[in-house]
Design a protein around this ligand. Sequence first.
Ligand SMILES: [Fe+2]
Ligand SMILES: [Fe+2]
Length: 382
Amino acid sequence: MEVKKIAVNETAQRVNEKTEQYLNTLVRAYDQVLGTLHLGGRKADYDDTNYEFVGGANDELRKKHYDKSLRLLWKAEQHASWSSFHDLSRDEEMLMKMADDALNESEKREVERIKTAEFKALLDREYTPAQKQAIVNILSLIGHGEAYAWLVSNEVLRDVKSTGAKAALTMQVLEEAKHFVVLRELIMAFGMEIPRLPVYEYVMLEGTLKAKGLEKFFGMNVLVEGIALSIFGALSKYPGLEVLQMFHLDESRHCALPTNYLKTQPLTWWEKNNPASMVKRFMMVLPAIPLAMKMEKDFAELGIDVFEFGGSLVRKVINLAYRVGFHLPLPQENMKAFVNYMFNAYCSATREGHNFREFLDAESTLGEAELAVEREVFGIAS
Ligand SMILES: [Fe+2]
Ligand SMILES: [Fe+2]
């Protein structure tokens, strides 16, 4: 490239250079001392000398989560065409239109059927008011949970090390934002009263948001997202709730994130086994038991035994927690037996002729595709 170079004062440049080097040494050393004394120091866990976040590149995690999230990125305008979202790009809109033109008349009617007002009419046709209220009660558990997932993943983004891990968490923040706003519209389309957070879930979510560092992974990516994954897996085959399959795919990736991250940055023996952390985790899990009891009526309205659902969920969550290294105060099998005992004790007291059952052997997720996704996340033992 032809440019006319401008002459500069070489002495001034040398002085500038030296001044910057001197100040740099001073500022960085000052921050380092403060950092070592835990009095502050540099806030960003960013390593500008190596042009990388502290922890390195971790391309493997980037490929498994960031790249995959972008490949599987779904748009509400396409999967919930009845909603108010307008998030398709011009190319995607064109593709949709071409696909639309290729439909025959009855197929077109089918597509139209699920748009806007028609969607609400479909819900009214398919469900009784009691069933609609039950779906809203169950889905709003996750709706409120998505708000916390958004906030928690944003904080974990700061706590994880490596460029790949930060890229992965950035996608989770984006996906949780989408989950919150899209699920909100889906729930509102039912036109029923939307309940507040039950206190048991409130305690669980607040505990997660307040948890220190990577313990947030346990509360959110293992426990809360495990619950979300199970609810999406149980309901995505219900009429009008097909979009939940997309949520199910995203949540499965979020559940797999601690496994993939901790493979590269393993927890120490103390982090896994220190009694205070184990008790804190147990206190986070415990409210799930009264929550299941509270939700029994709503699940029953939809033909689902809440303890079969809960058993299926607890098995998956406990398997995942121990595999990643988030140990609880009891050995894995005793932990499962304890939950099963609590479920059976409640059923003996409230259900006529109840016989002791292995609730943790149940499987509540419907659909081969969904089960295959979960097998990948929870391992063969699920
Ligand atoms: Fe989510
Ligand atoms: Fe999630």
